[in-house]
Ligand binder design. Structure first.
Ligand code: ATP
Ligand code: MG
Length: 442
């Protein structure tokens, strides 16, 4: 403890590179007005304050940042005092949310990771950090971050970037490099392995050799991460606009085992793999076009083939089709939730979509009209289309629903009649040979 303190006091503070506007080209006008106001208010009160993390990285890559975070040496109460419309959030590590209109900027006080070597650490038996909540200096704050490209501080006042770990050079070289000793950093927080895959796929970066090397042997550590945290990170990955590539990379590194226990099984089946790939590609297209994506739809797609397999097994055991489907849905969600806690608001959507697939099979009577009015019809139809495209459902079924939904009320009636007739005729002429055949197509 004392040794660690002495080391911190006497060790020379690392000298960062200070990169000027001429070299990086990011003008303060690129920073959101709210983040600028927050930084100005803090600086006017004598504190250090910078835009930090993902926003600086995204601006350097020429991408619009999702949000702006600010890091400062001011403590939460001091931030509160400097910026009137703000509130303190979080219990273990307190952050401040500063509000302007409908924009929120998150302000965090510089912090450092616990020093595990000196008995100060709060880690589990695998080295996972359980606490990360001690105030620190700016260099401490840079060092606790995950990758060099995420540890950049931008000062709108001087338009300079403060770079302790050569993140700007790494970005230029399209290189993803972890800060510190790779294995220790993954042990502290195994989610960093998923983040590595996501950043590499989403930004077209190469994972630097030492950063990549330990991942394969540490994939099991994902088992110790709380399922809700895994879900959040997995959702970010799936909504990154590069989900197909991310999932391919997860598989290559062996990281998919710990995430979605059922994904291994599904991807091992050709039809399942084709379906998941189509669903991920469709999601990527939507994200890149700026259209909304429903997480329920995505997870329903990822797990569909497992639902199919379970329900087929139950039917083989003599359970009727509809109860078999419902039991299968529950089984699949139960197995999944241990590893990746899919929140209930999404599982409700998923169940709706799955149940509607069965209802879309009927093309006679009143049912198609009721299905058409279901609030989730559109999503269920898109889901069916993916099933048809992957070869799992008959193309003709998807085609029928495409025509049926756009048809006039009169045309719809005629479509139904035509569907019904051949069936009746077949039933009348039923012979043992035909009966056996229809048994296999069920
Ligand atoms: P994006 O929001 O685009 O997914 P981001 O880099 O902003 O990417 P956040 O999860 O918003 O990711 O985190 C903000 C910053 O906090 C990161 O840029 C990084 O500096 C730091 N950070 C986030 N997660 C970790 C982690 N697991 N370990 C260390 N630092 C992290
Ligand atoms: Mg972010």
């Amino acid at each position: 403890m004392i040794r660690s303190l002495l080391r911190r006091v006497f060790s020379r503070a690392p000298k960062p590179k200070v990169i000027t506007f001429e070299a990086h080209g990011i003008a303060r006008a690129n920073i959101s007005p709210c983040a600028r106001r927050v930084v100005e208010a803090l600086q006017a009160n004598g504190h250090a304050a910078y835009v930090v993390g993902g926003a600086v990285r995204d601006l350097l890559l020429g991408k619009p940042p999702k949000d702006f975070d600010v890091a400062t040496n001011a403590h939460p109460e001091q931030v509160r005092a400097a910026f009137r419309r703000s509130r303190i959030i979080g219990r273990r590590f307190r952050l401040v949310h500063c509000l302007c209109g409908n924009e929120t900027v998150e302000v965090a006080t510089f912090r450092r990771a616990h020093d595990a070597e000196n008995g100060e650490g709060q880690t589990d038996e695998h080295g996972r950090l359980l606490r990360d909540n001690v105030y620190g200096t700016q260099p401490d704050d840079a060092a606790r971050r995950d990758f060099t490209i995420n540890a950049l501080f931008y000062d709108p006042a001087t338009q300079t970037i403060i770079d302790y770990h050569d993140g700007v050079a790494d970005l230029k070289r399209k290189r993803l490099r972890i800060i510190g000793e790779p294995e220790q950093r993954y042990r502290e927080d195994p989610v960093r392995m998923l983040r590595a895959v996501r950043f590499a796929a989403a930004y077209g970066l190469e994972i630097e050799k030492h950063t990549l090397a330990p991942i394969r042997s540490l994939t099991h550590l994902l088992q110790n991460v709380p399922p809700a945290r895994l879900f959040d990170e997995m959702l970010k990955l799936l909504l990154s606009g590069h989900a197909a590539q991310c999932v391919a990379r997860l598989r290559r590194e062996g990281l998919h085992h710990g995430l979605m226990p059922l994904l291994d099984v599904i991807l091992a089946r050709p039809l399942g793999e084709r379906f998941v790939t189509l669903a991920l590609n469709a999601t990527d297209v939507r994200v890149l076009e700026g259209k909304p994506v429903s997480p329920g739809f995505l997870f329903a797609a990822l797990l569909w083939h497992e639902v199919l397999a379970s329900s087929k097994k139950l039917r083989g055991d003599g359970v009727a089709p509809m109860p078999a489907l419902f039991q299968a849905m529950d089984q699949v969600l139960e197995t999944q939730t241990d590893k990746l806690a899919i929140p209930r608001r999404y599982t409700t959507d998923m169940k709706d979509l799955w149940a509607l697939q069965q209802r879309l099979e009927t093309r006679s009577g009143k049912r198609p009209f009721r299905v058409l009015e279901h609030p989730r019809f559109r999503a269920a139809y898109d889901f069916l289309q993916l099933r048809c495209d992957s070869g799992e459902a008959a193309a003709e079924l998807g085609d029928w629903w495409r025509r049926f939904q756009h048809a006039s009320p009169h045309e719809r009636e005629t479509m139904l009649v035509r569907e019904k007739e051949p069936r009746r005729r077949r039933r009348r002429r039923r012979t043992p040979a035909v009966a056996a055949e229809s048994g296999t197509s069920a």
